[in-house]
Design a protein around this ligand. Structure first.
Ligand code: HEC
Length: 165
């Protein structure tokens, strides 16, 4: 009888230890969003449509979305080919036509990383476009807004992401 009592106590202690260790193990070092991927995409898209898309419609859609009007100077032979090439290439990389998750070759996380990279390099829209569309560059406020959205969104799908810039 004594022996059984001892075993019961050992078993309870073992249970407590295992349970405790289990908790330690699953404790994340960064908060992980509990939403499943489609719902997370929907949340990211909601913020995108409200905050970012209005800016991008004016400054990025000419190349990154389908069925846009070509600029007036597309009538100039030679220039027209460059514009069409740009549009094709832009959408191969990042197609904004159908909101988030975006089309193009990247996964949602890769697209968000490319957007952060684009902000760090300040290379979009390309200079050749800004020469004709002098107000198409992102203002400091718009850059900050896009940065916040892209980083928050990326961290919600890739909690371990660390910006290198
Ligand atoms: C004149 C056309 C044009 C405009 C306008 C334009 N882009 Fe681009 N974009 C391109 C092209 C072409 C590429 C492909 C990479 C390259 O060849 O530079 C690209 C690539 C990118 C990429 C990299 C995608 C990847 O997967 O590597 C991002 C991000 C991007 N653009 C964002 C934007 C944003 C945001 C805007 C508006 C502020 C914008 N672009 C405006 C033409 C354009």
């Amino acid at each position: 009888m004594k022996k059984i009592g001892f075993l019961v106590i050992v078993a309870i202690w073992a249970g407590v230890l295992v349970a405790h260790q289990g908790r330690e193990h699953t404790k994340p070092d960064t908060p992980i969003s509990l939403l499943p991927a489609p719902e997370m995409d929907a949340q990211i898209n909601l913020d995108y449509v409200n905050q970012i898309r209005p800016i991008w419609e004016k400054k990025c859609f000419a190349c990154h979305a389908k069925n846009q009007e070509l600029p007036w100077y597309a009538v100039i032979p030679g220039i027209r080919q460059i514009i069409l090439w740009d549009i094709w290439k832009a959408q191969e990389h990042l197609d904004l036509s159908d909101n988030f998750p975006f089309g193009g070759h990247g996964t949602p996380a890769e697209d968000l990383e490319a957007i952060l990279e684009m902000l760090a390099q300040s290379n979009m829209p390309p200079l050749r476009y800004q020469i004709f569309h002098w107000d198409s560059g992102l203002t400091p406020n718009e850059k900050a807004q896009v940065h916040r959205w892209a980083l928050d969104s990326l961290l919600s799908i890739k909690p371990k992401f660390q910006e290198t810039h």
